[in-house]
Ligand binder design. Structure first.
Ligand SMILES: Nc1ncnc2c1ncn2[C@@H]1O[C@H](COP(=O)(O)OP(=O)(O)O)[C@@H](O)[C@H]1O
Ligand SMILES: [Mg+2]
Length: 182
């Protein structure tokens, strides 16, 4: 995946406008978030398991560094330890990447008193609940130009038999719950 990221960087250097640069930048973030999950596999010396809170933290930090741009976004993380099979770990990493990218890109502005982003992971008996909440502008679902991000979030959540709930009220809150077996 490092090779692919290198190729995208080369293309980006050739791009002549901000629009295409951004598309390539977001493509890179998607691949990078998968690479982060895979890296945790190799570090653990386990072939199939990854620990969600560890790689989620890294995905959040990476996006925070790329998108903060003086908005002084405060992060609140409350992450239970959850060991996942890689077959769920990768889709969840991608879902998190899309949801967080949207919050970082669209929710916040520089002149707001306090920009806050909360992420929590709760380990329940037979499931895991992940909540993402920003206190930003929100959006009107009826006027939405639904892009690839929201579609990916829906498809990937279905892929792991999860449920998806989006609430818009003083920002965007997204709750995802999916089953796990030990
Ligand atoms: N957290 C958020 N805060 C404000 N607006 C949002 C948020 N998430 C999504 N949106 C709005 O929903 C639109 C669709 O998002 P998405 O499907 O990810 O496509 P894209 O990011 O490519 O525009 C965004 O363009 C933005 O207007
Ligand atoms: Mg998006």
């Amino acid at each position: 995946m490092a090779v692919i990221i290198g190729l995208i960087n080369l293309q980006k250097a050739k791009s002549k406008d901000r629009y295409h640069e951004q598309i390539l930048e977001e493509l890179k973030a998607k691949i990078y978030s998968m690479a982060i999950v895979q890296n945790h596999l190799h570090n653990n010396k386990s072939l199939v398991k990854v620990e969600l809170s560890l790689y989620l933290k890294e995905i959040i930090q990476n996006l925070h560094e790329s998108y903060d741009e003086g908005k002084k976004i405060k992060l609140f993380l409350d992450l239970d330890k959850v060991v996942l099979d890689i077959s769920k770990g990768i889709p969840i990493g991608l879902v998190a990447n899309e949801i967080l990218t949207n919050s970082f890109k669209y929710a916040f502005s520089e002149n707001k008193a306090s920009n806050e982003l909360k992420v929590s992971v709760k380990r329940k008996l037979n499931s895991v609940e992940i909540k993402f909440k920003d206190n930003g502008t929100g959006y009107n679902p009826e006027e939405l130009q639904s892009g690839m991000g929201l579609e990916l979030i829906q498809n990937l959540t279905e892929q792991i038999d999860g449920s998806l709930e989006i609430k818009i009220d003083q920002g965007v809150e997204i709750n995802i719950e999916f089953p796990i077996v030990d």
